[in-house]
Write a protein that binds this ligand. Sequence first.
Ligand code: FEO
Length: 162
Amino acid sequence: MISRKMQDALNQQINEEMFSSYLYLAMSAHCEQEGFKGAAKWFGVQAAEETSHAMKFFKYILEQGGQIELKAIAKPEGPFGPLSDCFEKALKHEQHITACIHKLAEQAVAEKDFATQNLLQWYVNEQVEEEAHAGEIVTRLKMAGANGLFFVDAELGRRNAG
Ligand code: FEO
């Protein structure tokens, strides 16, 4: 059983994760249109991963006998600009998601909700990876400069799901 307050907060996080998926899908379309097929694939894989993050919360709320409340997903606002800007925006977005997860973790601790603390530990670890990956790509794009963009793009295209 989870509290009503925790249920509402987790439903809000479903919306954050679904928005993340939408945002990365929009970035994927943008990269495809700009001719960066590797980055388009990378963001497509990322979008699917975000949906799976939302679904993990979805299943958990139901397992705990809670109610699902799906909210409207906001429109991702462009323009997304050059490839390096896309990844910088992705990194900033992941930092925002990390802050959301940490806030949820604080709430779970305050409520002595051990089951939700345990679930959130997975997301805390996941966010370390998410920020590290986006950050690494931002660095690589900076190092590559204009001439190396397509090499980095080819590398991004090797990302597989999971
Ligand atoms: Fe689900 Fe990228 O945070």
